[in-house]
Ligand binder design. Structure first.
Ligand SMILES: [Zn+2]
Length: 133
């Protein structure tokens, strides 16, 4: 445990990874629940499509909203899961683009980010590499 703490402080990054992991796991549960609720509603498991045409139109509009909720929840879910993987592999505080440390205040604002502020804003490009994602 002391070695881990030294590793982080020697890199000038002070991030409480246990607290971050807790936060991400909680967020992942929320997102999973939101996505699965929206998906269940979309399948009309509890609310079958109406026989009435006008009501069907309303239901389909509602489905569009549910679809958007579901896909945005799933997109965020992927980011959260990516952050949990980086936490597990010790790359959580390392920018995926330039390899520099990600600012701790940025990580606390956007806990699932994988790039430093400069790369996120597109101000710096890794030489000879395409910035993907
Ligand atoms: Zn960077």
């Amino acid at each position: 445990m002391a070695a881990l703490k030294r590793l982080y402080s020697s890199r000038g990054t002070d991030v409480d990874t246990n607290a971050v992991r807790e936060r991400l796991l909680k967020r992942r549960d929320e997102l999973r629940q939101r996505a699965s609720e929206a998906t269940a509603d979309l399948r009309h498991e509890t609310d079958p499509l109406s026989a009435d045409f006008a009501e069907q139109v309303t239901q389909r509009e509602h489905d569009d909203v549910l679809g958007a909720i579901s896909s945005s929840a799933q997109a965020e879910l992927q980011q959260v899961e990516g952050a949990l993987r980086r936490l597990a592999s010790g790359r959580y505080t390392t920018c995926a683009v330039c390899g520099e440390d990600i600012e701790p205040e940025r990580l606390s604002a956007v806990p699932y980010t994988d790039r430093c502020r400069t790369c996120a804003e597109g101000g710096r490009r890794a030489a000879g590499r395409d910035a993907r994602g």
